[in-house]
Design a protein around this ligand. Structure first.
Ligand SMILES: [Zn+2]
Length: 241
């Protein structure tokens, strides 16, 4: 965990600094379920149709709620998806994305959960709620995207330096063999890509290097501003836009 850096150097943060990896601190049941999101679910689990209902918990501040609305409406503008906000109690049987506040957790499960009824929870701390790009990252998980550097073809594009990563975080760098790329080019600027120093033991050295003509090269990767063209391209393909 790089918790110590959170308040002091926000600009140098990678997306991985916002989510939570509970290998060393207390995990309650709800969080344990979220923890498994990167390993167990398939991106082929897509929301049926293009209209997706969402709900914002009633303890959000005005700014937090408007950040969520801004984050999801960007998908309405840039893809064929139509996120529609619900207020009040959802009709029985309705599936919806539920943005909830958490003291210490930013995360959600990847993709539509066919066996789960009601809400698909997205947990966000106040810090994550202050960043529309982080809310969009979590929304892309909800829609079925894993982290970019977990693509099954990632070994052609990046090299992971496991020597510089504590063993307990190795699982965060697994390639997900059962996922698909939809033939969208590998995108170092994806909002789903970890930064080059993600989980580094020695933060002066990268843990992820780009492979350019087979040679490992240090370069910036990942960002927290919002979906890249590659991220949007995948969503458009997945949801038949
Ligand atoms: Zn993530």
């Amino acid at each position: 965990m790089v918790v110590g850096l959170w308040d002091t150097c926000v600009l140098s943060q990678g997306i991985e600094d916002y989510e939570n990896y509970y290998n060393e601190i207390h995990v309650d049941d709800e969080q344990a379920e979220v923890k498994t999101r990167n390993a167990l679910q398939s991106p082929l689990q897509r929301w049926p149709g293009q209209r997706i209902y969402y709900r914002i918990a009633n303890n959000f501040s005005e700014i937090e709620a408007s950040n969520v609305r801004y984050a999801v409406s960007s998908f309405n503008d840039q893809t064929c998806l139509q996120f529609e906000e619900m207020t009040g109690n959802p009709p029985a049987g309705r599936r919806y994305v539920y943005f909830k506040k958490s003291k210490n957790m930013c995360g959600t499960r990847v993709g539509y959960q066919p066996l789960q009824f009601g809400s698909h929870d997205v947990q966000l701390t106040e810090r994550c709620l202050s960043m529309p790009g982080v809310i969009q990252h979590e929304t892309l998980h909800v829609l079925g995207l894993f982290h970019e550097q977990s693509r099954p073809d990632r070994n052609e594009y990046v090299e992971i330096d496991y020597d510089n990563i504590p063993r307990k975080y190795w699982s965060q760098f697994m390639a997900m063999e059962q996922t698909t790329t939809f033939n969208v080019p590998y995108d170092y600027q994806s909002v789903m890509h970890y930064s080059k120093n993600a989980f580094a033991k020695d933060p002066t050295k990268p843990t992820i290097r780009a492979l350019i003509e087979g040679k490992p090269v240090e370069r910036d990767m990942g960002q927290t501003r919002g979906p890249s063209e590659g991220d949007l391209a995948k969503i458009r393909i997945m949801y038949n836009c």
